[in-house]
Design a protein. Structure first.
Length: 651
């Protein structure tokens, strides 16, 4: 029999008081991204929620305890909008900073560590104003930047994407064009070869990509005339080509069903059809879906060692891999005293120093450093906004779903050091991640702890179609979006009820973007949930096909079917055509600057629900796009969501 802790107050689930307020959630965990090591300095991108969510470039010496400094004065923001999601928006070469300015999407150049006032100059001023840039890298022989250029000239039927060289005199020359998308340019150590990825509609980069290799021409540049495809069979997703100091070309492929590491020997690169050599065969994924540029899951720690992170069923690990040809040795890397379970953005300087972004259920994301394979140590020493006794630690779960398949998730129990409830079943929030090609993991998430600390349970679901479970699981959602994801979140809720964790009369579903579509579909086509929250979700699939941006313009070809040939399926699975089936209250959030899921989606859904006389609350943010970054708006959103649950469930 459970013995009550007499030091705790008794309050019903959902009514517990918490020290984690909405502003703390909005500001406690700034987003870190794209670390790099240059001449003993560590650089990275960092969001500033209190400054309207702008992204600045931070730096500090690798050695010592010097406090980090910002390179960009407010209100400047380093933010690429290529593919709308951006990435690869800055590069430091010697003492020169190149960055993409969020306001105009042009590349700027600035001298660092001088006494002069920071005064960036536009490098691409002679190029088209309609161009956007991303994925910056350096070509010393051309004395210029290699970048992905996306031109939004209004005369084009859709934005045109090229791989280009941006010379320091401001001129821009084309390296490759003709494919719908380009990414990941990688220069060989001798400078004579350039590798890159490209792909075409209707594929997304996690469906099928091609790896190309170009040889420098007699004029000192690169072009398609001296390039050939060396990998990519039309049913293979390739990720992150990277040259080793020996000239071998490493990359990630999912040919084995799992995104694993491979390489082409330098000699193999001379033949027409090189044979890939597996580095490590493991039922784990050394890649993530390329929603943004500059994703990095591996790097060379030194000439004989590779450092890499991989995911299996939502759990991440970091390894050092001895590249000895006779016997590849793998050793786990982690912190000396805390067990980190989430890793990303792995980089190294090839001289024994490695950096990554890591977190755990109890530790917020931080920059971590390893020196010569030593245990990781934190650079910034960020602290979670809750005590250890207040943090809900996730439990990995699997459960049976439709067709007898297995789906996965993380269950967070209500947790508060000062409260407990007499009841055993809590209100449950089932979270649907975005994408839908994406995944959730166990990194500390204040937006989950905000609820568990108030007496809610949370089930964070990796439905079929999620990454981290192999290509077959990832592609299970092909032609099944709106069916399998809905079945899986309903199965997750029913599993929690069967375990005795959740109150069947207080089941909530919540999701953003593609997860918002799953919310609306679940409320429309099932009666499992008693309340729903959609953040910039999709109600009308046909409208999305017509209105969304180039990167995702053909995404639904695989998730739903070809349009307009299979228009009837689009209509059948669009919640907006079945709003009369919604039997519970709905809360909708939308950014009015959203170019991925335009505001007309939310407005049309809200109008349709209201026309049926059903309960719906609608909150918009004038200055937000796809994802909310302004601290004030995030705080407003959480206040509104809490008030919504209190009203619906009389908490």
């Amino acid at each position: 029999m459970h013995e009550r802790d007499t030091t705790k107050k008794i309050l019903p689930f959902g009514r517990w008081l918490s020290t984690l307020d909405t502003h703390a959630v909005a500001t406690s965990s700034p987003r870190f991204a794209e670390p790099s090591i240059v001449d003993g300095q560590l650089y990275w991108l960092q969001s500033v929620p209190d400054e309207k969510g702008r992204t600045t470039i931070m730096h500090r010496p690798l050695e010592g305890q010097t406090s980090p400094g910002s390179l960009l004065p407010r209100p400047l923001s380093a933010k690429s909008k290529v593919h709308e999601y951006g990435g690869g928006s800055y590069l430091v070469i010697d003492n020169t900073l190149f960055f993409v300015l969020g306001d105009d999407q042009q590349i700027y150049r600035a001298d660092l560590f001088t006494k002069a006032t920071f005064s960036p100059k536009c490098l691409t001023r002679h190029g088209p104003e309609s161009a956007r840039y991303a994925d910056l890298s350096w070509d010393p022989q051309q004395n210029g930047l290699i970048a992905v250029c996306e031109d939004h000239n209004e005369s084009f039927p859709e934005p045109q994407t090229r791989l280009v060289c941006v010379h320091l005199d401001g001129t821009v020359s084309t390296i490759a064009s003709g494919a719908d998308f380009y990414a990941s340019p990688a220069l060989s150590p001798c400078g004579t070869q350039l590798a890159w990825l490209c792909w075409n509609h209707p594929n997304m980069p996690w469906d099928a990509t091609e790896l190309w290799l170009a040889t420098r021409d007699e004029n000192g540049g690169f072009s398609e005339l001296n390039a050939r495809k060396i990998a990519g069979n039309g049913n293979e997703s390739l990720f992150l080509p990277r040259f080793h100091a020996t000239g071998d070309l490493y990359f990630v492929s999912d040919l084995s069903d799992w995104w694993n590491l491979y390489k082409f020997d330098k000699q193999q690169l001379e033949v027409q059809q090189p044979q890939a050599i597996p580095i490590l065969e493991k039922k784990a994924e050394f890649a993530t879906p390329q929603w943004t540029f500059r994703m990095s899951t591996y790097h060379f720690l030194d000439e004989n060692t590779l450092i890499a992170c991989c995911s299996s069923k939502g759990q991440w690990q970091l390894f050092s891999i001895d590249l000895s040809p006779s016997d590849v040795k793998v050793a786990a890397l982690n912190h000396r005293s805390r067990i980190l379970t989430s890793f990303s953005d792995v980089v190294a300087n090839a001289q024994g120093i490695g950096v990554c972004i890591a977190a755990s259920a109890a530790n917020t994301p931080d920059l971590y450093v390893t020196e010569n394979k030593s245990p990781l140590h934190a650079v910034l020493q960020n602290k979670a906004p809750l005590t250890q006794q207040d943090i809900s630690v996730p439990q990995s779960v699997s459960f049976t779903t439709s067709n007898g398949d297995q789906a996965y998730g993380f269950y967070y129990a209500p947790q508060n050091a000062n409260y407990e409830a007499q009841a055993t079943r809590a209100p449950l929030i089932v979270i649907c991640h975005g994408g839908p090609t994406g995944a959730t993991d166990t990194a500390f998430n204040p937006k989950i702890q905000f609820w568990t600390n108030r007496g809610f349970a949370v089930m964070d679901v990796n439905y079929r179609g999620s990454t981290g479970f192999g290509r077959q699981y990832r592609q299970a959602l092909h032609a099944n979006w709106g069916i399998y994801d809905v079945a899986d979140v309903c199965a997750a809720a029913n599993f929690a009820v069967a375990q005795g964790w959740a109150d069947p009369e207080k089941l909530i579903i919540k999701g953003s973007s593609a997860g918002g579509y799953t919310v609306l579909a679940a409320l429309t086509f099932t009666n499992t949930f008693k309340a729903g929250v959609s953040l910039y979700g999709i109600g009308d699939l046909e409208t999305l096909v017509r209105d969304t941006h180039k990167f995702e313009a053909r995404y639904l070809d695989t998730l739903i079917g070809s349009y307009p040939q299979e228009r009837d399926i689009y209509q059948q699975r669009s919640p907006i055509h079945r709003v009369e089936n919604i039997s519970c209250p709905l809360l909708v959030f939308q950014g009015l600057q959203d170019k991925v899921v335009p505001p007309n989606q939310a407005q049309a859904m809200v109008d349709a629900v209201r026309a049926k006389g059903l309960a719906v609350d609608y909150v918009t943010f004038e200055d937000e796009g796809h994802g909310f970054r302004n601290a004030e708006n995030i705080s407003t959103m959480l206040h509104a969501e809490l008030a919504f649950y209190q009203k619906v469930f009389n908490l």
